[in-house]
Design a protein around this ligand. Structure first.
Ligand code: ADP
Length: 479
């Protein structure tokens, strides 16, 4: 599994790197201090005396308590002879009162790290030797530190206080301290810059994107690579702009279709209204004398006014379904019987056009919860179209199928088929075939109303059609 490059982990990684760099810088600084101190000491090593250099030979007689040292041990130094860690003999003026050493104290002295740890300001030299009686003894040479500057001045300042060595070490140490502080500041600045760059870069791009959106440009897409959270923001932003862009396109389409709707409606209403106006004017002005013609004109007026009413009804229905949350009046009913009744209501028109019927509706009850009036309207539009747009002797087929979950209604014909250029958008408002325009057909709202009603029932509608071979409408409902 690929670990997501989360900002959280990214920051943790950066802090760890920073910590390591800071620790390395501190270690280098300390190393530098030690180096400076030691190199200063070694530069001045002629002036630093190591006691052991003085002592070339030790002779000690335990019986007579006589100690011979063949070298000078210095003015304020004294010698202690230890046996089993206890002081058994002292030569010189002993400046402390220690008569017995613990093993730990001796260990510190032996390992020469006493100078760092001790607080007693003495320098020690530890020399084990064999006495004249053949016994093992230890010589401990002690001297106050003021003179014995073989000590780290920085750690034990008393030893080199006021000397040139102290001044030189301090000068170098302060110089190193400045370098250390400077490098820490540079590290902090660099670290902050790199981190902020990592954060600011995507934020800047996001900001730019938002500005574009505010200015109405939804075509912008962000493509930066950054931490997981910023990439999520990028994807969300791109998703949002895509949605906005689509909504804008959709809005444009809607406003265009509204314009078209208005144009088409005015045209559709104008034609019958003009006819009505012409005929009624002729009648009103007594231009029609023949009684039979009068009746013919009146029947034209009636037909055209019926057409106008139908058009207005359809339009009203469409805008109702389109603009409001439409409440269905559903009830559980046998859909097989419902379909048979729908077919019966078309009986007159089917007969008139000498259509053949192919009905596959099962005898058994299939219960479904639907709005009878609305579903009838939906199916009327499909069947009405089949009758309206197809020639005599066309076969009209209707089947009802069900399985555990779904109900399928298939309504089809073997007639003229739907032309390719409108097939894809047949369920959109105002889409209608050229044949429709020439006749007094609908406004291209029928199938969009049908689709809306079926979708309100939670169903789906699709069409398959081939010019010259007919059309098939598939309706699916979830039970
Ligand atoms: P209209 O009000 O024009 O009938 P519809 O939305 O009901 O609008 O139908 C859209 C167009 O689809 C019609 O104008 C017609 O050209 C075409 N059409 C629909 N059903 C059929 C069919 N069964 N056979 C051929 N053409 C059809």
């Amino acid at each position: 599994m690929k670990l997501k490059k989360k900002l959280y982990w990214d920051l943790i990684f950066r802090y760890i790197v920073f910590l390591i760099v800071a620790v390395v810088a501190t270690a280098l600084f300390l190393q530098g201090i030690i180096f400076v101190t030691l190199s200063t000491f070694s530069k001045h090593k002629d002036s630093i005396k190591n006691i052991s250099e003085y002592l070339t030979k030790i002779e000690y007689d335990n019986r007579t308590k006589e100690l011979k040292l063949f070298d000078d041990i210095g003015e304020k130094a004294w010698v202690e002879i230890l046996k089993d860690n206890r002081v058994i003999f002292v030569k010189g003026e002993k400046l402390d009162e220690i008569m017995e050493y613990s093993q730990e104290e001796l260990a510190l002295i032996i390992n020469d790290i006493n100078d760092f740890m001790r607080t007693d300001n003495f320098s020690y030299e530890y020399i084990p030797f064999t006495g004249l009686d053949g016994e093992k003894y230890t010589l401990l040479l002690k001297e106050p530190l003021e003179k014995m500057i073989f000590t780290m001045g920085i750690i034990n300042p008393y030893s080199i206080v006021g000397t040139d060595i102290e001044k030189e070490i301090n000068r170098k140490a302060i110089f190193l301290l400045w370098i250390f502080l400077l490098s820490i500041i540079i590290i902090i600045v660099l670290f902050s810059r790199i981190t902020s760059k990592k954060l600011i870069k995507p934020l800047k791009k996001l900001n730019k994107g938002v500005e574009n959106v505010i200015n109405g440009d939804y075509s912008i897409r962000l493509d930066y690579k950054a931490s997981y959270e910023f990439e999520q923001m990028r994807d969300a932003f791109n998703y949002m702009t895509e949605k906005l862009e689509n909504a804008e396109i959709e809005n444009k389409k809607i406003s265009e279709s509204k314009k078209r709707l208005l144009l088409d409606i005015s045209h559709d209403l104008r034609t019958p209204a003009t006819t009505i106006q012409g005929y009624s004017e002729a009648l009103y002005n007594d231009l029609v004398e023949n009684e039979e013609d009068k009746r013919k004109y009146l029947s034209y007026i009636y037909e055209k006014s019926k057409l106008v009413t139908d058009l207005i009804d359809t339009l009203f229905k469409y805008s109702k379904l389109e603009n409001s949350v439409y409440d269905l009046n559903r009830e559980i009913y046998d859909i097989s019987e419902f379909l048979r009744n729908v077919m019966i209501s078309f009986y007159g028109e089917i007969n008139e056009k000498e259509f053949k019927l192919d009905i596959n509706v099962p005898d058994k009850k299939i219960l479904f919860n639907f709005d009878k009036i609305e579903l009838e309207r939906a199916l009327y539009n499909i069947i009405g179209n089949i009758i309206k747009y197809n020639p005599k002797h066309t076969i009209l087929s209707i089947s009802l199928l069900e399985n555990n979950d779904n109900i399928h209604i298939i309504i089809g014909d073997n007639g003229v088929g739907i032309s390719k250029n409108i097939r894809k958008n047949i369920f959109n408002a105002l889409v209608r075939g050229d044949n429709t325009r020439k006749t007094d057909g609908g406004m291209g709202l029928g199938l969009s109303i049908t689709k809306k009603i079926i979708e309100l029932h939670g169903g789906n509608i699709s069409v398959e059609s081939e010019v010259g071979q007919g059309s098939k409408f598939f309706i699916d409902f979830k039970k």
